[in-house]
Design a binder for this molecule. Sequence first.
Ligand code: NAD
Ligand code: MG
Length: 404
Amino acid sequence: MSGIKKQLAENQRNQIQNVAVLGATGSIGHSTLDVLSHLSDRFRIALLSCHQRLDRFQEQCDRFKPRRAIVTGPRNAEVDAWLQKTDGCSETVREVGTTRLIEAIESDEIDIVVAAIVGCAGLESSLAAALAGKRLGLANKESLVVAGEMLINAVRSGGAELLPIDSEHSAIFQSIQSGQGKSEVQRIILTASGGPLRKWPVGDLENATVEDALAHPTWNMGRKITVDSATMMNKALEVIEAKWLFDLTPEQITVVIHPQSTIHSMVEFCDGSVIAQLSPPDMRLPIQYALTYPDRFPSPAYKIDWGTPHQMEWYPVDPERYPALELGFEVAKRGGTTGAVLNGANEAAVELFLNRKIRLTEIAKICRSVLNHHDYSPSPALDELMRLDRWSREEVFRWINIPC
Ligand code: NAD
Ligand code: MG
């Protein structure tokens, strides 16, 4: 970095940064607000958005007093009542709609966007933040799964900074920082907890209930990602995410089961040396690093207690138990429209499982079938990706004869 550039970066770091938290009412949104309240001398909570759960959103607005609060869900009586409210946080401008959210992200009011919306619904705002040259702290992995090439190009053309929040990708990012250079990276090793059903006999998995799938042993997360962890679709999506973030080939990505979730991922260098990032499973650490990078500050996240014994194991992944994982490697290889189709099919199938319409084990089968039957294109435009997102959801609903 040149002297002037370094100075400018330094000046920027010393100014208070305005942060937009998209999906504030979710699990990552909640952890982000906790981090921001510990670093209030460096960051201002400028914008909060949510889709539903207005009672929780109102509490957040009252407590954090953002400049803007935007609801993106359908306009109904509850939203109208919320818009009329003046008590609590009268200094907050209340608005409704995705268009307003995008305009606010693009404005000078925002320096950093934390993308914590769940699903493909987060893509438009991720792209807007990238094109507007913001720092984009990306929890919404689905943005990269659906439109990885487009988002990476948007980051480049907009002059944005893309910082991973997903714990595995933050671990890789941190391990590469302390390593040499990208050309010396042999491979990355993504760790997976194995989810709550890791020890179930494979033949019993089809009987897993929603409650069984949601009982994650190490992480406390939103419902969609928790089901994805039980099927290992989450790791499939993370393989695709890693390919785009670190410009890797699928052959450079290995997945291992590490039930303790202490090693968040590792980088193996060409000389065989492996650098790992360790900490207790607590998303506040990767969230904070995405906000403060390249600096580090004391964090509210839990620390490892070195005074108590701790075991760390890892195992290879059994493909019979976790058939979803190979879908991620296939999409990472083929690119094009495959990510949008896998993601759309998975989102719809997870919703059906959560509504007790299909079995857990049907999710990967449905995704495989929809992926096999789609009209592949190697370099789709955004509207084609969005069309296939809708198509794949419709296909899933057709699978069980439910009108969309
Ligand atoms: P969550 O379900 O707890 O929260 C989702 C948030 O998105 C809520 O604020 C909700 O109002 C909003 N939202 C839902 N549908 C929306 C729509 N159509 N348009 C706009 N906003 C919408 O989810 P989460 O667990 O916090 O996960 C958020 C993202 O972070 C996901 O992409 C997930 O894969 C990723 N992630 C989560 C964790 C975790 O620990 N929870 C870890 C790594 C990555
Ligand atoms: Mg993860």
